[in-house]
Design a protein around this ligand. Structure first.
Ligand SMILES: Cc1cc2nc3c(=O)[nH]c(=O)nc-3n(C[C@H](O)[C@H](O)[C@H](O)COP(=O)(O)OP(=O)(O)OC[C@H]3O[C@@H](n4cnc5c(N)ncnc54)[C@H](O)[C@@H]3O)c2cc1C
Length: 312
């Protein structure tokens, strides 16, 4: 987007939205020499972005293969490589805005057993229903960058400290939003950026802005106010427990995950009903469901209750 903006003769850019995408775009535009104003309903701490897990997972449901088209894979790879290189600069800073953590995927079955999705009677596909119906419709690009991203390795039973028979370990780049968001906002203001709190209701309102180059980053809200029905909601249920700096890792097991972040232990219920990737796709319900979080916490509590780790 910033490359496109650079082809104009304009030096002033408006960015709509101050979620992680709007703020990152604004900083990228500043580094390219633009004078940037962010127009937004809410600042970063009140956006959907800070409720995310915060793992560097650049192809996770980024698009569907067919509507994205064949050229998108090359563009995605270029963006992913730039992103990886850029965020390495934020490692090792006070407050750990970005860090690497160990992450374990645990299973009761061998990893090469095919995952049996419960498709819940879904038929057709995106082309026929306007909504993806199977996990196989999502584009997978991660093989393109396997030369730079640490590969997962399966643990030998003698190395596996968990009470699940199969375990894989990998290293994840992770964002701690409290310090990361604070750092990005500080960088933006230090580089002369401006923020205007404003809510837009119709695309025609953008013509009233003084900037002629506008980069639109309103996130999922674009589905309504920009009428972009190609945006598909994916629900996630998260809960935050007190921080556990003594357990600096993350894990997935039986549809529940936990990741230890500087501002809390984040527990996510992502597939408790074994619906595979499709369970939350198309679900725009944003209210917290405490019972779902309690189920996820119970999965993990049961795991640790029978774990050799709990005895030590
Ligand atoms: C449970 C969960 C876990 C996730 N985990 C990950 C993960 O590990 N890794 C990952 O990469 N992604 C993850 N995601 C996805 C990630 O959260 C989103 O892709 C990302 O936050 C989108 O950021 P955004 O800046 O586009 O949108 P938002 O954060 O929604 O920000 C939109 C901005 O636009 C503004 N805005 C909206 N409408 C208007 C309007 N009408 N007028 C003015 N301003 C407006 C808002 O105020 C806000 O500032 C996860 C999502 C969920 C739900």
């Amino acid at each position: 987007m910033v490359e496109k903006a650079s082809t104009t003769l304009q030096r002033k850019v408006a960015v709509i939205g101050c979620g992680i995408i709007g703020l990152t775009t604004a900083l990228t535009a500043q580094r390219a020499g633009f004078d940037v104003t962010i127009y937004t309903k809410d600042l970063l701490p009140r956006t959907r972005s800070v409720r995310a897990n915060g793992s560097w997972t650049p192809d996770s449901r980024i698009s569907l293969t067919a509507p994205a088209g064949p050229d998108f894979a090359d563009l995605w790879e270029r963006m992913a490589r730039i992103s990886w290189a850029t965020y390495r600069d934020y490692l090792g800073l006070p407050g750990n805005p970005v860090e690497f953590i160990e992450h374990f995927v645990l299973s009761d079955r061998p990893f090469n057993t095919p995952h049996e999705e419960n498709p819940d009677g879904r038929t057709g596909d995106y082309a026929s229903t306007g909504m993806p119906q199977h996990g196989t419709e999502f584009a997978r690009y991660s093989d393109r960058i396997k030369d730079i991203v640490p590969a997962p390795e399966e643990l030998h039973p003698s190395e596996n400290p968990f009470a699940a028979p199969y375990a894989k370990r990998n290293t994840l780049m992770l964002y701690n939003f409290a310090s990361y968001g604070h750092l990005l906002m500080s960088e933006f203001f230090q580089a002369g950026g401006h923020v205007v709190i404003r809510e837009f209701h119709d695309p025609s309102e953008l013509t009233s802005l003084p900037e002629k180059v506008i980069i639109n980053c309103p996130g999922y809200a674009a589905r309504d106010w920009w009428n972009d029905k190609s945006l598909i909601p994916v629900r996630g249920q998260t809960a935050w427990l007190p921080p556990r700096p003594d357990l600096p890792y993350g894990l997935h097991y039986q549809g529940a995950s936990a990741v230890s972040k500087t501002d809390g232990l984040m527990v996510q219920a992502y597939d408790l009903n074994n619906e595979g990737e499709m369970g939350s796709v198309g679900n725009s319900f944003e209210h917290p469901d405490r019972s779902e979080s309690e189920r996820a916490i119970k999965v993990l509590a049961d795991l640790f209750a029978r774990s050799p780790l709990s005895e030590g």
